[in-house]
Design a protein around this ligand. Structure first.
Ligand SMILES: [Zn+2]
Length: 499
């Protein structure tokens, strides 16, 4: 009997091992088969290119640049909690000279320095549209090659604070309306041009204009603001110029995490002093983000489009086969790319920290602040609760210092997105359109309640270098991007006839 048992067990063991090897074999075969499908699908995908061509009408580019130069020359730096409407009225005056037909034909509303202009359309019952870009700029510090408020034009570029962010936008839609009026055109619906003077300081300019629409019981069909633009090489492995249309804005929040203790002399500190607890908390958040990672339809659409333009075969294969690689991307994207993480989840960044006032004093209270950007599928309350749960483990308190929810999202199948996409396709036929998640803040968020849909797109082309100079030194744009920006706004105004 013992002999038999031994043989039986051996036999049973062999069967078990055989089953395991068979299962592994089947799994490997399935994997190989799936891999083969993804490779074939990738090989069949046509390689596309997306390229921006600026205007070749040099006269138009130069004339426009000279007008923009006059707008840059008016210093419109906004300072938090120091409203100065008269500073902006100087720019209104300059604009009245630059765009005489606009100010002759349209209604002008000066709302504490914020400029709201109404161009009456043929059909007053039709919902109007709003074209918006702000008049204010951030301060110009550091060593500029050319003075920041001169608007110097050198080698096809115009330099100056606001050249890119975003007097180019204000110039372009005013010029569009100016030329259309000159041609005798009357728009189908009312067209509003709304320019706040407090965007850069998150002030009350845009909220006041948004309220103006509500007070007058006017509900615009669409608002077109800054946010995305035509941008270069937007994704790893993807070269070219893409029209990035901002479809929503993440929420914004500052929080303070506080550690309390008994204080005392640092010669006999004991364990878990306030700063040590904060450090452990910070390390935990940094090591493993507590926030949910999700692929929204917009991210899916962005990655699938990127696949068609990607020159690296393996990246192309992953992007084109999201049905298989999405779980992998969910882990890899936030881990290797800060931009990737910002697209897929709420983010949290530690910004300021304070302990005691002496080298040898244990603080009775220490704190660290963090800036958070909330994703719509995990808004302010849920995100902060996750932080509170972790803070509790280290006996820390969390205080909210001012937070706003994410904006609502533009429907990718809705008429407003289609209208802007069609306009881009017409004016920039060689440029692909991609949905884009705005991680910074714009004035549009204040219009969330008062308009049907906000589209965040500025029809200006920028290189990577130009994009990095926004709010920085030597801000500039190419002057041959201006005629096409003007054409974009003319077209979007004409497009209202098709509604
Ligand atoms: Zn801006």
């Amino acid at each position: 009997m013992p002999e038999f048992d031994k043989r039986y067990n051996l036999f049973g063991g062999l069967t078990f091992m055989k089953t395991i090897f068979t299962l592994i074999g089947i799994l490997l075969l399935i994997l190989l088969f799936l891999l083969l499908i993804t490779i074939v699908r990738t090989l069949l995908l046509k390689q596309k290119t997306s390229v921006y061509h600026g205007s070749d009408d040099d006269k138009r580019s130069n004339d426009y640049a000279l007008k923009l130069q006059k707008m840059i020359k008016v210093d419109t730096v906004s300072i938090k909690n120091q409203p100065d409407p008269d500073k902006f009225r100087k720019l209104h005056k300059v604009m009245e000279k630059l765009f005489p037909n606009v100010f002759k034909t349209c209604e002008k509303h000066d709302i504490d320095g914020n400029l709201l202009v109404r161009w009456p359309g043929r059909n007053s019952k039709m919902q109007p549209i709003v074209l918006t870009s702000h008049l204010d700029v951030v301060a110009a510090e550091g060593d500029w090659t050319y003075p920041p408020f001169e608007g110097k034009i050198v080698d096809g570029k115009i330099y100056g604070r606001g050249s890119f962010d975003v007097k180019c936008g204000v110039f372009s839609f005013y010029q569009a309306v100016e030329e259309l009026i000159k041609d005798g055109y009357v728009p189908e619906c009312d067209i509003y041009l709304a320019s706040s003077c407090t965007e850069e300081v998150g002030g009350d300019g845009a909220p006041k204009m948004s309220k103006w629409f509500e007070d007058h019981k006017i509900r615009p069909f669409m608002l077109c603001d800054e946010g995305g633009c035509i941008t270069e090489d937007p994704f790893v492995g993807v070269k070219g110029n893409f029209a990035a249309v901002g479809i929503f804005e993440k929420g914004y929040g500052d929080i303070k995490i506080i550690a309390k203790g008994n204080g005392g002399h640092s010669s006999a500190p004991g364990k878990n002093t306030p700063i040590a607890r904060l450090a452990k908390f910070e390390a935990e958040i940094e090591k493993k983000s507590p926030f949910k990672v999700e692929f929204t339809p917009a991210v899916d659409s962005l990655l699938l489009t990127m696949a068609e333009y990607c020159s690296n075969f393996w990246i192309k294969m992953i992007l084109h086969n999201l049905w298989l690689f999405k779980p992998l991307l969910k882990i890899v994207m936030p881990a290797i790319s800060p931009q990737g993480a910002a697209m897929l989840q709420t983010t949290m960044c530690f910004t300021m920290q304070k302990g005691s006032n002496g080298y040898n004093v244990i603080p009775q209270e220490a704190y660290v602040t963090a800036n958070m950007r909330y994703i719509p599928f995990q808004g302010k309350d849920e995100s902060i609760q996750l932080v509170k749960d972790i803070a509790k483990k280290y006996d820390l308190e969390v205080e909210e210092l001012g937070c706003s929810e994410p904006s609502s999202s533009l429907d990718l199948n809705g008429p407003q997105y289609k209208m802007v996409k069609d306009t881009i396709n017409k004016i920039f036929p060689s440029v692909e359109v991609i949905p884009y998640i705005v991680t910074g803040g714009t004035d549009s968020r204040f219009y969330d309640r008062s308009v049907d849909a906000c589209v965040r797109f500025e029809p200006i082309n920028s290189t990577k270098d130009q994009l990095s100079r926004m709010h920085g030194i030597d801000e500039n744009i190419d002057i041959n991007t201006l005629p096409l920006a003007v054409d974009f706004y003319k077209e979007i105004i004409r497009k209202q006839e098709e509604r």
